[in-house]
Design a protein around this ligand. Structure first.
Ligand SMILES: CC(C)(COP(=O)(O)OP(=O)(O)OC[C@H]1O[C@@H](n2cnc3c(N)ncnc32)[C@H](O)[C@@H]1OP(=O)(O)O)[C@@H](O)C(=O)NCCC(=O)NCCS
Length: 183
């Protein structure tokens, strides 16, 4: 995802940082990663017992998919023909303008060879249905202004765009300058 956005210069995530912050609480209660795993075979029953499985779907393909990186993306759960095809991060959000809290969606990504098959919609729907079914008021996220393909996808998902806002971030040295200032 950092490569896709040409942001590898600001990318500081590590395996340790991810395992320290994700998968610590039940899905959607804090920082949560939803991992989309796919298999040509039915998933083993033990998978649902051991993992927080949100949804199990079957799709019928017209042509087989060739995944050139399947070795790298073998499932950690069970490497037998189960592969990671995409992911999304999500966490609770709040905006004082709105009556109800929501979910913030980040890093929605479907690996190239799996695009156009409904997997992005599956990930997005898992997040949006969680918000709608739990009395939340919104799902929000950012999309880069050059990312027209994703905007077309988000159009299909029902997105509204709010052009009057710009993203602001304080990070790195600029944030550290505040470290020794008493509030
Ligand atoms: C954006 C992304 C997640 C979409 O995933 P996907 O699996 O290819 O999308 P789906 O197959 O689920 O498509 C769902 C719908 O969006 C439409 N859609 C998806 N990409 C589209 C595109 N580039 N142009 C037009 N429509 C598109 C599909 O036609 C489909 O429409 P339908 O429901 O009417 O059939 C994927 O392309 C991706 O990972 N892109 C790179 C990373 C990225 O930009 N992430 C978003 C960061 S903000």
């Amino acid at each position: 995802m950092a490569n896709y956005h040409n942001l590898s210069n600001v990318f500081t995530t590590t395996e340790t940082s991810l395992s320290n912050t994700l998968f610590k609480s039940p899905p959607f209660h804090s920082f949560t990663a939803l991992i989309l795993e796919i298999s040509p075979n039915p998933f083993p029953n033990t998978m649902a017992q051991e993992l927080n499985v949100i949804k199990n779907n079957t799709i019928n393909l017209e042509t087989p998919i060739f995944d050139p990186e399947f070795e790298t993306f073998r499932s950690r759960f069970n490497s037998d023909h189960i592969y990671v095809a995409g992911h999304v991060l999500v966490y609770p959000s709040y905006n004082g303008f709105f009556e109800k809290p929501g979910l913030y969606l980040d890093q929605l990504f479907v690996r190239t060879c799996y695009r156009g098959l409904g997997f992005g919609k599956m990930l997005f729907s898992a997040v949006a249905s969680q918000a709608a079914n739990n009395g939340m008021g919104m799902v929000d996220w950012l999309v880069a202004d050059w990312n027209e393909k994703s905007m077309k996808f988000y159009d299909k998902m029902g997105a509204h765009y709010i052009p009057q806002y710009k993203l602001c971030k304080l990070y790195g040295e600029k944030l550290q300058q505040y470290a020794n200032i008493s509030p």
